[in-house]
Ligand binder design. Structure first.
Ligand code: DON
Length: 569
């Protein structure tokens, strides 16, 4: 009798978890389903931004109109990473199957030079590439949204920006996670600004933050368009502010900035076609190499997060990240052998010394040999509109609140993206990533990224839209989320919730989310020579995703590791 009562209770619990209008953003049980919508969905780091995106879709706007609105709404409500002072990447797939990508990554200023972050002993000075004016790359976000609007927009920009401006004026409510984050970075924000700027003030959960300066900047953008930011009043104020704070960015840097349309990286994995970001992001190539290296292994048989599955994925990651550090950089400056790196022959040779018996030490792995080759805090949102257009966008200031420099008069933080360059070949950056010549600093060059906005097709139809923040862990978080659905038959929310691990060649360690992997698995890996790290980074990625279900409905996966939320209809 007790057993029947327990089963009944579990059934009720399961059903109540499936109610689609429940608040998202709470850590859920493994079988929880995300928000399900009939026609359209936006999943982003904040509920307010997802709702504004969906509102634009309800008014008849397409996924690109919704992108512009969501991107700017995140700049208001999620200054941690949402931005006007940063950059990003967008991958799209139109309803007719056409694909493309937009690169609105920051660029090194014209006056930048190779050794600009080295001290008198020739060692990288992290203070300079992480904080303050010198860390700032020429921002690309505003160019990005206007490029998207010009090519695909269907609604007037004033109408798209109207609800965002209203949000900035009326304010948004600080969540507990946001209050904690602002508190954590308060000292630094004060140090690089002063204690009166908006985000240097004490903010408690439940407080409302209004950003009138940002509302004014957005209003000017709505009227004057892209040029407002790159050569108008905003440009003048921005350059003056930056130069007062030690930046080498000039009016010419802003005036010459252009977002670039790029061809996305596309490759097959079993019956899936993956469409992901091309250089200057490493995301698509590195994920492609990893997926192609693991494709021959029956992961579903090994089981989710089993010792064997973790080994195969880790060893593929080791080899792909070693290639990343050597070959990848800005394609406008370096030749990247994309086809070879993703070619079957090359991929086979990369895994030929793999063994289930023991870990391959990273010290024995270098980049692969390609004959003739010469020597290169973030947020993601996913959108599907009622027509079936899909947009996958990752945008960033790099570190939390970027360089911490806050342009009070304009209402936004400036990025510290210059740290994504290799300040000195062979020396790790903020994410422990090692770069080489291909990612050395040069004027007007884009710094290498790991951002991996991705769209997946199954049997020629739209299947999944996803991406993540998390620096070097972005690629492996996106990879595992795809595998969780494709190999381990999870739903979208479940795949996003599932515990993740990460390896990136150097440092030679495998990082696991805490309290998520059993000791047996970790001990078995340890015995084979894997160095296990648990808990130093509590969060590996923060994935926001949409899955097209077999019945054509859309299931959201909003990452409970943050305040992320889905909205749809
Ligand atoms: O472009 C990159 O790879 C980094 N700037 C991303 C930074 C990031 O994801 C930080 N967020 N957690």
């Amino acid at each position: 009798m007790k057993k029947i009562a327990l089963l009944f209770f579990l059934l009720i619990l399961q059903q109540s978890c499936k109610i689609s209008d429940k608040p998202t953003g709470t850590r859920s049980t493994a079988d929880e389903q995300g928000v399900v919508a009939e026609q359209a969905m936006v999943v982003s780091a904040r509920e307010e931004a997802s709702k504004i995106g969906v509102e634009i879709l309800r008014q008849g706007g397409n996924a690109f109109d919704a992108m512009v609105a969501t991107e700017m709404a995140l700049a208001v409500v999620y200054p941690y990473a949402g931005n006007l002072g940063g950059g990003g990447f967008m991958v799209y797939r139109l309803q007719d199957g056409d694909t493309g990508a937009l690169d609105y990554r920051e660029k090194a200023p014209l006056k930048a030079h190779r050794n600009m972050f080295l001290d008198s002993l020739g060692e990288p000075d992290r203070e300079k590439s992480w904080f303050g004016g010198l860390a700032v790359g020429v921002p690309g976000t505003v160019a990005g949204i206007f490029a998207v609007h010009q090519k695909f927009g269907s609604m007037p920009i004033e109408e798209i920006l109207a609800p965002v401006i209203e949000l900035a004026e009326k304010g948004f409510v600080v969540t507990p996670k946001q209050a904690a984050s602002l508190q954590r970075h308060r000292e630094e924000i004060i140090k690089y600004n002063n204690d009166t700027v908006l985000f240097a003030r004490e903010h408690e959960p439940g407080d409302t933050i209004r950003n009138m300066a940002l509302a004014r900047t957005l209003s000017r953008l709505a009227v004057n368009g892209r040029e407002e930011f790159y050569s108008g009043e905003t440009a003048g104020k921005l350059v003056a502010f930056l130069q007062e704070n030690g930046s080498i960015i000039t009016p010419e840097d802003l005036a010459t900035y252009e977002a670039q349309w790029r061809k996305p990286v596309e490759f097959n994995y079993d019956d899936l076609k993956i469409i992901s970001m091309s250089p200057p992001s490493s995301g698509g190539i590195v994920m492609g190499q990893i997926m192609k290296m693991i494709e021959p292994f029956p992961l579903h048989k090994y089981g989710h997060n089993s010792v064997k599955a973790i080994q195969v994925i880790t060893e593929a990651e080791r080899r792909a990240y070693a290639d990343r550090s050597y070959f990848l950089g800005d394609p406008d400056f370096v030749d990247i052998p994309v086809e070879t790196l993703l070619g079957d022959k090359y991929i086979e040779t990369r895994m030929d010394n793999f063994s289930f018996e023991y870990a391959t030490p990273s010290s024995s792995i270098r980049h692969g040999s390609i004959p003739g080759y010469e020597s290169l805090e973030t947020t993601h949102y996913s959108i599907v509109d009622p027509q079936g257009n899909a947009v996958s966008v990752t945008t960033t200031l790099n570190g939390a609140y970027g360089s911490k420099l806050y342009a009070e008069e304009l209402g936004f933080f400036l990025n510290n993206e210059m740290d994504d360059f290799s300040a000195k070949p062979g020396v790790p950056n903020m994410f422990g990533l090692i770069g080489a010549e291909a990612n050395a600093i040069e004027p007007q060059k884009r710094m290498l990224s790991s951002m991996t906005p991705t769209i997946v097709e199954k049997e020629g139809e739209l299947w999944m839209v996803l991406g993540s923040p998390g620096g070097s862990t972005i690629i492996t978080s996106v990879l595992q989320t795809i595998l969780n659905v494709a190999e381990f038959e999870m739903g979208m929310q479940q795949a996003v919730n599932a515990p993740r691990f990460h390896h990136q060649w150097l440092p030679d360690e495998v990082r696991f989310e805490p309290d998520s992997f059993d000791d047996g698995t970790l001990n078995a890996l340890s015995k084979k020579g894997y160095k296990i790290t648990v808990g130093e980074s509590t969060i590996l990625g923060k994935v926001d995703a949409i899955l097209v279900l077999p019945n054509g409905k859309l299931e959201a996966g909003a990452d409970p590791r943050g305040d992320d939320a889905a909205a749809g209809f």
